[in-house]
Write a protein that binds this ligand. Structure first.
Ligand code: AMP
Length: 196
């Protein structure tokens, strides 16, 4: 099962990915995690990516595609994978398709967790208020303002990618605002309905 999971921060991608990993025995591959690991290890890729990541920009398509190409060759990805945080641009989406074609592999589905941004923001604001009321401190990158910025950046970056996959008939929308079990059930339904 080769999947792409799209959805903004706070949409529940992590939770759903963990369930899919269990169910299908496939790894979740997050380019953000892989890039952070490369930066930490000081690899050539990490050294190149660090400044861009620090500035909140996008690492080059070439670097990210290279990372994914190598990672999906590893044994644990033999039966498939869940891509998270990738593709972030239409060029990456097309690059991925070309790469899979070359390896005689196919993407099974692209699932987008659709959210109500205002409701997500309200959730984060409530969480921040509750944390402060309980005497805790809200992390600098987890306050409502920073979260709003990440949502807007995500929307701007990813909207063309969603539209690209919608155009080629591969995009499946799932209501990300439903309860966790309901979201899982909706994803299962999409996957069960795929023609193999
Ligand atoms: P994330 O954890 O997915 O938010 O990614 C953290 C940072 O890594 C992003 O802000 C980008 O700088 C970089 N990054 C992650 N995935 C990609 C990607 N697919 N294309 C370009 N840059 C990426």
């Amino acid at each position: 099962m080769r999947l792409i999971l799209l959805g903004p921060p706070g949409a529940g991608k992590g939770t759903q990915s963990a369930r899919l990993e269990q169910k299908y025995g496939i790894p979740q591959l997050s380019t953000g995690d892989m890039l952070r690991a490369a930066v930490k290890a000081g690899t050539p890729v990490g050294l190149q990516a660090k400044a861009v990541m620090d500035a909140g920009g996008l690492v080059s398509d070439e670097i990210v595609l290279g990372i994914i190409a190598a990672r999906i060759e590893e044994p644990d990805a033999h039966n498939g994978f869940i891509l998270d945080g990738f593709p972030r641009t239409v060029a990456q989406a097309k690059g991925l398709e070309a790469m899979l074609r070359e390896k005689h592999k196919e993407l099974d589905a692209v699932i987008e967790l659709v959210v109500d941004e205002a409701a997500l923001l309200a959730r984060i604001e409530n969480r921040a208020l509750e944390t402060v009321a309980a005497g805790g401190a809200v992390r600098a990158d987890d306050n409502p303002e920073a979260f709003h910025k990440r949502l807007v950046a995500y929307r701007e970056q990813t909207a063309p990618v969603s539209e690209y996959f919608r155009g080629v008939g591969e995009l499946h929308d799932v209501d990300g605002m439903a309860a966790v079990d309901e979201v899982s059930a909706a994803i299962d339904k999409v996957l069960a309905g795929l023609a193999h």
